[in-house]
Ligand binder design. Structure first.
Ligand code: NAD
Length: 341
C-alpha cells in the first residue's frame, strides 16, 4: 500500500491527434480484433444494456447506456470497457446521439491505465466494421451504394466504403429527415469530389440499383423490401430493424460479426428471427474473423446476395484506443490524473 497510481486522460482532441479518426489505421485494428476473436485470444463477456423507460421500444426515445467490457490479446494485450450513452433526442440540444467513455485496464494488475473519449473511435470502428464486410463480401466491381441513415455512422460507413471499394461511382442517401440527407450529401460532395451523390425521398429505386446497401438508422419498423435487392448485392445491416425478414431469408449467404451477442442483444432483424426459430445457428455461414483467418470464404461469385449484420463489441474500441494510448505515451500527450494520490 502507499503506492500512487496515475491514470492518463485523453480528450476528444487528443484522440483525434493520436489517430483515432484515421480510417485506414482503424480498419487495420478492426481486422485484427475480428481475427483475434476468431482465434480465441480475446475475452468478450457481452453487452450489458441499460434501457430507460418501461417498454423496450422506449429505448428509441428515452435512450440507453451500454457497457461493453473486454480483453484483447495479440499485440494489443489490453483489458477495458466501453461505456456508451445513446440519447436519441440529444439532437434537439445540438448534441450527438452517442457519447463514449473508454477505460483501459492493465491486464496483469487490472488497475485502470487510461480514461479516453471514445466517441470518434466508436463511430470510426463501426465504419470500419461495415468497411470490412464490404471488402470481404461486396462485388469487387461495386459501383452504386445506398446509405440509409445520414447520421454519424452513415458518414463513417461512406468513408470506409470509399477506401475498400474505390471504384464506387454513385452514392444515394436516404433519411427520414430529408434535411439530414441534404446536409450529408453537401458535405460528401466537398469531401469526395470524384463520386456522385444524390438524396432520395424514398429508398426503393436507390436500393434496386445498388451493389451495396448500408442501413444505419434508428428505424423500429422495416422499410427495405426483399424484392428490391438485386442479384450480387450486399446488405450491410449495421443498426436494428430496417430490413424485412425476406432480406435475410432470400440471402445466399449470412455473415455476422458476433453471433452470440446479436442473439443476446435482440435488437436486429436477424436476432428477432432467431428468437422466433426462423434462423438457426447453422444458418450463419461465417463471422468476419473466420473469413479473415482463411477458415471460410467471403463472396463466392458475382450473383450471391449476402446479408451482413453487426452488433459490435468492446474489443473493437479497445484495439483502436490501445493504439492511441500507446502513441500518447510515446509522444507525452494527455493529462495525468492522480487516481490513488
Ligand atoms: N452495429 C454497430 O456496431 C453499431 C455501432 C454504433 C451504432 N450503431 C447503430 O447505428 C445507428 C445510427 O447511429 P448514428 O450514431 O449514426 O445515429 P444518428 O442519430 O447520428 O443518425 C441516425 C440517422 O438516422 C435517421 N433515421 C432515424 N429513423 C429513421 C428511419 N425510420 N428511416 C430513415 N432514417 C431514419 C435520423 O434522421 C438520423 O439522420 C443506431 O441505430 C446505432 O445503434 C450500430
Amino acid at each position: 500500500m502507499g503506492n500512487t497510481v496515475k491514470v492518463l486522460f485523453l480528450n476528444n482532441r487528443d484522440m483525434r491527434e493520436l489517430g483515432a479518426e484515421d480510417m485506414s489505421a482503424v480498419l487495420h485494428d478492426v481486422h485484427r480484433a475480428y481475427s483475434l476473436f476468431e482465434s480465441g485470444d480475446v475475452i468478450t463477456p457481452g453487452k450489458v444494456v441499460m434501457r430507460f423507460g418501461e417498454k423496450p421500444e422506449d429505448e428509441n426515445t428515452l435512450g440507453r447506456i451500454n457497457c461493453m467490457p473486454g480483453y484483447i490479446g495479440g499485440e494489443y494485450d489490453m483489458a477495458g470497457v466501453k461505456w456508451i450513452g445513446s440519447g436519441p433526442m440529444n439532437y434537439k440540444q445540438g448534441l450527438p446521439r452517442a457519447s463514449v467513455m473508454m477505460v483501459l485496464n492493465d491486464p496483469d494488475t487490472k488497475l485502470p491505465l487510461c480514461f479516453a473519449d471514445g466517441t470518434a473511435v466508436s463511430a470510426k470502428r463501426t465504419g470500419a466494421s461495415g468497411g470490412t464486410a464490404m471488402k470481404l463480401l461486396s462485388r469487387q466491381d461495386s459501383k452504386v451504394m445506398t446509405i440509409c441513415g445520414a447520421g454519424a455512422q452513415g458518414r463513417t460507413q461512406l468513408e470506409a466504403a470509399l477506401i475498400v471499394r474505390p471504384g464506387l461511382q454513385k452514392v444515394y442517401v436516404y433519411d427520414i429527415r430529408p434535411e439530414n440527407a441534404q446536409r450529408f450529401v453537401e458535405e460528401a460532395r466537398a469531401k469526395y469530389p470524384g463520386v456522385t451523390f444524390a438524396t432520395v425521398d424514398t429508398p426503393e429505386p436507390a436500393v434496386r440499383e445498388s451493389d451495396i446497401i448500408v442501413t444505419v438508422t434508428l428505424a423500429d419498423t422495416p422499410f427495405v423490401k426483399a424484392e428490391w435487392i438485386k442479384k450480387g448485392a450486399l446488405i450491410v445491416h449495421m443498426a436494428g430493424h430496417e430490413v424485412e425478414y425476406g432480406c435475410v431469408t432470400q440471402a445466399d449467404k449470412i455473415v455476422v460479426d458476433f453471433w452470440d451477442t446479436i442473439k443476446h442483444r435482440m435488437a436486429s432483424t436477424i436476432a428477432l428471427m432467431a428468437a422466433e426459430g426462423l434462423v438457426k445457428d447453422e444458418d450463419i455461414d461465417a463471422n468476419l474473423g473466420e473469413i479473415l483467418n482463411g477458415k471460410k470464404t467471403g463472396r463466392d461469385n458475382d450473383d450471391q446476395i449476402i446479408y451482413f449484420n453487426a452488433v459490435g463489441a468492446g474489443i473493437l474500441d479497445l484495439a483502436v484506443t490501445t493504439r492511441c494510448y500507446r502513441k500518447a505515451l510515446e509522444l507525452g500527450m494527455g493529462v495525468w490524473l492522480p487516481y490513488w494520490a
